[in-house]
Write a protein that binds this ligand. Sequence first.
Ligand code: 7RM
Length: 651
Amino acid sequence: MADIESLLKETRVFKPGREFSRKANWNKKTISEYRKLGEKNPERFWKKMALENVSWFTKPKKSLEWKAPTAKWFADGRVNVSYNCLDRHIEGKNAWRKNKAAIIWEGEPGDTRVITYKQLHREVCKFANVLKSLGVKRGDRVALYMPLIPELAIAMLSCTRIGAPHSIVFGGFSSEALRDRLDDAGAKVVVTADGGYRRGAPLPLKPAVDAALEGSTSVEKVVVVGRSRASVPMRWQRDFWWDDLMKVASPDCPPAKLPAEHPLFILYTSGTTGKPKGILHTTGGYLTHVATTSKAIFDLKEDDTYWCTADIGWITGHSYVIYGILANGATTLMYEGVPTHPEPDRWWDIIERWGVTIFYTAPTAIRTFIRLGEEHPKKHDLSSLRLLGTVGEPINPEAWTWYNRVIGKKNCPIVDTWWQTETGGIMISPLPGAVSTKPGSATLPFPGINPEIYTEEGEPADPPSGGFLVVRRPWPGMLRGIWGDKKRFKETYWGNYPNTYFTGDGAHRDKEGYFWIMGRVDDVMNISGHRIGTMEVESALVSHETVAESAVVGRPDEITGTAIVAFVTPKAGTNVDATLKKTLTKHVAREIGPIAKPADIRFTEALPKTRSGKIMRRLLRDLAAGKETVGDTSTLEDLNVLARLRESDED
Ligand code: 7RM
């Protein structure tokens, strides 16, 4: 893998600025104390963080209870996430924050809303009462299928206020994908919008909900926010307009005093099989993890304007657009639309106009902007920025250097943060006031986190060395399970090595102990920072009437990191032409969503298989990347298949 080689040749080191270090929330002394404590006694470290960064109704005496693979953190504590994100900023010694902006929101068409902590608190209390009036009780699941509008943040926080776990389904997913997730979670209520804006046009959402709810379903009520003002049919006694319900809702709703291990949310993510996994997170540990990492890694201060560009439908949006940021009483910016609408400088314009100080985005976006040209960011005054971050995939040193030079003006530390939907919060990252960075490395574990490199045989490998990235001890934000599937939870994450969490990533650790993440080692592709299972795309293809069999692989792509290539065996008698390619591409978009569209579809009479019938993906990966196969082909059943596949590529 050429990318890995270029990463590992990187030798530049960037020291934290003096001024930044001096003012950092966590200075060098704090960090060295925390690192020591985190190594010696992670449970004590995390309990200290829980008491320092979270407000409890009942303070926990316990820290971790661990019986692999079941972890309980702070189990005797009682807590509420919305209380931590709202109430504690408008009462007592922080009451002055009541008129501070909690959310700065900008719609794609250019409309804006600024919502103060006091206002957000009121809206959340009202919507929590709305949910109750619709029959939502503690423990009931509420699905949110919405554009990036303030009502999404309000709905999330309302769910946490009454202890109803939310399940956010990314607005880019199709009605089929939505239906699967609603069924799996057994959602009682869906909150949606008529539509949102994308690339200048309204993107309808409510029709997808209607389609998803056909036939028998667990969903009883639907709440619809009027955003795009598209006309949508409303079903009598099932569908309600947000505004109508809010008009009559009481603004008085005390937060539920929930046990720390109460379910907070389910978020679906791709695995190696076709069925997405409902990753379950709980309350006290998750909140401790995201509040602590936000404070230490993003160095959030009272006067910061923080912007994470992630959609809230992904874990990054949950943890670092909403929960970790509001728990710190900071101002979080949300932007609804695409980065390049109406012009390629939209993001830089937003940074200048709102005076964004902390900016967190994905390498795929950085690579897009590199291609669009430096002139766009250069049109804007970006001097408000003081800290930059990246997440979602390995960043190539070229993109890192561009980000540092063109956006950060060589004056902002860059935090390259490694973590997953399953980890809940950041696991490996520089601490900006203390850790020197190397372009392409997520650097060192956060205090109290124990990642390790394992060999194939499951032996810890001493640095410098590469292998499988695992986490050896439980951490507070870790997933507590896969919704409704204990067996899969055990097998996927705890089945490879005893007592040890397997991440699915490969990594290298250099002689200074820095981690260099190399990407997935399983059959999960990382497309623009979003995980898509090869099996998911294959199942979608095979569900089309013309497809007999398919194999999907990733190929390196300059912008999106990985692009999807599908090898398809059509059913006999199918007319194979360019139209079929288009039809199948559309079909995948309908089944899963546009993000899963193959960049290339290649038709073949047969797929390369072993004698036992396993598709040899390694060969297909090489083929898709335009590389000669060098590996072993001795287990290939029919050597001619490969030759024919190569020929089919010539046209
Ligand atoms: C936060 C998120 C997780 C997968 C993970 C990695 C990759 C994420 C980085 C990264 C290299 C990073 N959750 N990944 N961050 N690879 N450097 N800083 O993205 O569940 O959607 O994806 O993303 O492969 O396993 S996720």
